[in-house]
Design a protein around this ligand. Sequence first.
Ligand SMILES: Nc1ncnc2c1ncn2[C@@H]1O[C@H](COP(=O)(O)OP(=O)(O)OP(=O)(O)O)[C@@H](O)[C@H]1O
Ligand SMILES: [Mg+2]
Length: 321
Amino acid sequence: MGAFDRPQDFEDFIGQENVVDTLEVKIASAQKRGRPLDHLLLQGRPGLGKTTLAYIVTRQMGVQIKVTSGPALTKAGDLAAILTSLEEGDVLFIDEIHRLPKAVEEALYPAIEDLAFDVIVGKGPGARLLRLSLNPFTLMGATTRISLISKPLRSRFTSILRLSAYDLDEVAEILDLYAGRLSLELDSNAKKELATACRGVPRNALQLLRHLRDLSVVSQRKGAIDGALVKRALEGLGIDSYGLDPVDRLVLTALAKKGRALGLRTLSLLVGEEESALAEVNEPYLVQMGFLELTPKGRVVTSEGCAAVGLPPPDSPPSLL
Ligand SMILES: Nc1ncnc2c1ncn2[C@@H]1O[C@H](COP(=O)(O)OP(=O)(O)OP(=O)(O)O)[C@@H](O)[C@H]1O
Ligand SMILES: [Mg+2]
């Protein structure tokens, strides 16, 4: 087991108390009833721990996990092999389930409801429908874009669990955990600077720590990492004291300069970043920071958001100077 394997148990998994509590109840209930775990959908921004939780749950249940993803399943037939390989109680984990093609999604419904999978054997007039029966299994989906999941699919999950951004204390705990594993020592200023830059996302904590490890190895640095080194490292990565990255700043600047609400597509063209990245990574953080509002008319920058990029609020009168 490598030093960077994900937390293996709930005890090592920091934060998300509500989600963890729910999962523990579900697991205990399933085990008492001797049934597979209910179908679960894990929702949340990239890097918050969806995949990690899926593995912890599977381990706790003592079953196997088969992992695939929405874009990997291009046609209904792709499901056949994976579904028929599931043993009783196993978990089928579909990552990015919002990207499941329609035909595959529809083939999944009888699998969930009737433990059946229909395949067409042969061609032309001689073709016939063969119904394969499946072992009872648990469908676990993960998504960064719940709004893109169809109602029928959503309704087939017994629980939808939402992971939210980690608060600064939890991020500090995560930084401690992984700094220890990387044999990095952080002084309190370093930890503070880093905690903001993580934007409440554990994966960012890991990436930033690895970057600091590399810097300190290359510069043959001895002793604890201090705030000044972290600041320099963050500057090098284009991350400012709010934790904003260059794309975040482009978004705020574009909105402040246009002075009106913009749709995701327009924004994507203006800043030269994929719509999905903007919606999954940048916007949630900007909203969390109170720099951006999602309104029915589109994205709107707040006056705090303008201030963060050193611009006047869009509706302020022109300066007299
Ligand atoms: N609560 C946590 N405590 C400790 N480490 C965590 C926690 N959540 C996530 N991590 C670590 O952060 C990294 C990212 O987590 P994970 O891969 O589970 O995110 P994800 O939600 O599946 O992201 P994506 O949407 O990109 O697939 C992993 O290395 C994991 O070990
Ligand atoms: Mg994942």
